[in-house]
Structures are given as structure tokens and as C-alpha cells.
Design a binder for this molecule. Structure first.
Ligand SMILES: [Zn+2]
Length: 350
């Protein structure tokens, strides 16, 4: 019997010297024990080889059975882990740190002097809410995800329609009929699994806006109605959070950052009353050139990235106007209105 244990020890010693994998050494041990068991079973009592290997087959049979059970258990555990997928993989404890995979993914950001590792970590920790998953919300959602903004919220109560696909590039043909927030969340997850998306399949209202905005650092307004814009503006002013605002014409668009907490005016300073319905025509009525929402939405996203990382000079108190027909841009200064009912000193506290 002692001979067998000596042989196992020698086997493991040789295995270690040859750097053989543990699995191979276990297999060799199994074969050795199997051989001993066969010797015990087929050789007659008193045979010198039987005497040398312990004289009873029972002990070896028990050891082999125990080994088989342990092996089967480990195999089953491995299969369960594989089926559960990488989501069961341990996450780094500190969420502000970037993993190896993230360092790789954001390498072209991290080499930028204006962003670097600190900026990329700030992007990862940032929470940005997009109002509207349409023409502007599409590029904003995709570029925020690609940029590595850690938490992206999207609020929209619409479903994808075939007529949206000419410019709302976050949605695909097979998403027709699907809620826009779900379609957008799927595309963002496909683009960057390292960011998380919160979807709100509803309309933004004066009632739900305060609680919603409390969960985010920056609000991006890509909506297309005066009412929604006014609700978003009032809630952002009340929450003292920057509102990156974009608007579209057929071939043109405007971008600005409303941030009254930092001394700028707000949307209501600029548009105190609803526009004449005859003038306020939507995309559906007037049409919009496909790339224009992409250009304006990308400009808005650049402002968000700048606000989070501290890069450059954000469009606070200035409006950038893009004219696609003549490939022209210009900037105008926006002054706060001291009489503004939303951000002025005489504002109504809600
Ligand atoms: Zn104002």
C-alpha cells in the first residue's frame, strides 16, 4: 500500500518538475489507481503484487469513487459558470477605476491632454439624461455611449416609425413598432456594454421631471415641442443642473448650454412665450435633411463631454448656429433676462 502512495508522490514530483498541468497529474493518478484496483480484482489472494498494493480492492475503489464525485461536481460547477456568462465575473471594487478593457477601449480619449485618465474616469461616473430618442437624441445617445458616459438615461414615450429612420440613426429597421427607449437602449448596449442605460418610456411632465432630474448630473434636451422644452428648462433651473439644448430646422440647427447656476440665462429668457402654432411647425410638416440632426446632436454631445471633463470652453451664454445649406456657423451671445419668470430674481418657487 505504501508503494502506491510512493508512486503517486513520485508522479506528482515528476509532474511538478515538468510543469505538467494539474489536470494531467490528476488523470495520471486516476490511471494509476485504476491499475491498482484491477490488480486487486484479478490477481489471486496472496499474490506478491496484491500484497504490495494493500491486499484489499475496497479501499482503492472508495478512493476512485470519491475522486470521480469531486471531478463531476467541478465539471458541473464549470458548466454553470459558463452558462451564466461573463456577468458573473467579479467587477472591480472601486467603480471610479477603469478596467483593463476600458483603458483599451478609451485609449484615444486617454491620450488627449484635455481628457486623460482623470477625464475618462469622470465620464464613467457621469450620469446624463437625454430627453427624446429622436433625431437629436440618436447621435447624442450613441456618442455618449461611445465616449464612455457611465450612466445614460433616456426618456421618450414614442415608438419607432419607418419615417423616423431617415435621420434617427440609433433605431434600425427591425425596431419599427418598438418603444424608442428600448430600441435606443439595445443599440447602446451593442455599442458599449460598459455603460448602463436607464429607460423611461413616458412623457416628461412637470410632475415627474423633478425626481428624474435629481438622478442625473447633466440634462440634454433633444425634444421637439415647446411644452417639453419648457418643462425641461424649469426642472433643470430648479435642480441647478446644466441643460444642453439643441434645436433643428430643415437645414439648420442651434446649440447652447443653459446653466443659470453659473450665470447664464435659460430657455425661458430666450422664448418667454410659446411660438405661434402657425410658425411652430414640426419636422413632420417641414422636413429635415438627414445629416443635420447628426451634426447638431454631435455638437451637443461635444458640449456634454466638455462639461464633464472640464475641456475647453462650453457654450454657456452663447448659441452656436449651424447653417447646413451654406455650410456656415456663427455664435451669438445670449443675455439672461432679469425679468425671467423661471430663472430671474422674481421667479416663482415651485
Ligand atoms: Zn430665464
Amino acid at each position: 500500500m505504501f508503494v502506491v502512495f510512493l508512486m503517486i508522490a513520485v508522479l506528482w514530483g515528476i509532474g511538478a518538475a515538468m510543469k505538467a498541468p494539474r489536470k494531467q497529474r490528476w488523470i495520471m493518478t486516476g490511471i494509476l489507481l485504476g491499475g491498482v484496483l484491477i490488480v486487486q480484482l484479478i490477481l489471486p489472494d496472496g499474490h506478491p503484487l496484491r500484497e504490495a498494493t494493500g491486499s484489499s480492492p475496497m479501499l482503492w475503489a472508495l478512493i476512485l469513487a470519491f475522486g470521480a464525485i469531486v471531478y463531476a461536481y467541478r465539471l458541473g460547477l464549470g458548466k454553470l459558470r459558463a452558462a451564466a456568462g461573463p456577468s458573473m465575473a467579479p467587477e472591480p471594487v472601486d467603480p471610479s477605476k477603469l478596467t483593463e478593457a476600458e483603458l483599451d477601449r478609451y485609449a484615444r480619449h486617454i491620450v488627449l491632454r484635455e481628457i486623460g485618465g482623470a477625464g475618462q474616469r469622470a465620464l464613467k461616473q457621469a450620469k446624463v439624461l437625454i430627453i427624446g430618442a429622436g433625431g437629436l437624441g440618436s447621435p447624442v445617445g450613441l456618442y455618449l455611449a461611445a465616449s464612455g458616459v457611465g450612466t445614460i438615461g433616456i426618456i421618450d414615450d414614442d415608438t419607432v416609425d419607418a419615417s423616423n429612420l431617415q435621420r434617427q440613426i440609433i433605431h434600425t429597421d427591425d425596431a419599427i413598432g418598438v418603444p424608442k427607449v428600448e430600441s435606443a437602449a439595445d443599440r447602446i448596449a451593442a455599442l458599449n456594454p460598459y455603460v448602463s442605460v436607464r429607460t423611461y418610456n413616458r412623457k416628461l411632465t412637470a410632475v415627474n421631471s423633478a425626481d428624474l432630474f435629481a438622478d442625473f448630473d447633466i440634462i440634454v434636451d433633444g425634444s421637439d415641442s415647446y411644452d417639453t422644452r419648457s418643462i425641461a428648462n424649469a426642472a433643470a433651473v430648479a435642480a441647478r443642473k446644466p441643460l444642453v439644448s439643441g434645436a433643428l430646422g430643415s437645414w439648420d440647427g442651434q446649440v447652447t448650454v443653459f446653466d443659470p447656476a453659473q450665470g447664464t440665462g435659460c430657455y425661458a429668457c430666450l422664448f418667454p412665450t410659446a411660438p405661434d402654432p402657425a410658425v411652430n411647425t414640426s419636422c413632420a410638416a417641414t422636413g429635415v435633411a438627414a445629416p443635420v440632426p447628426g451634426i447638431v446632436g454631435s455638437l451637443m454631445t461635444a458640449e456634454v463631454v466638455k462639461l464633464i471633463t472640464g475641456a475647453g470652453t462650453p457654450l454657456r451664454g452663447q448659441m452656436l448656429i449651424y447653417d447646413g445649406l451654406h455650410a456656415d456657423t456663427r455664435k451669438i451671445a445670449l443675455r439672461p433676462n432679469p425679468q425671467c419668470p423661471v430663472c430671474g430674481p422674481n421667479r416663482k418657487e415651485s
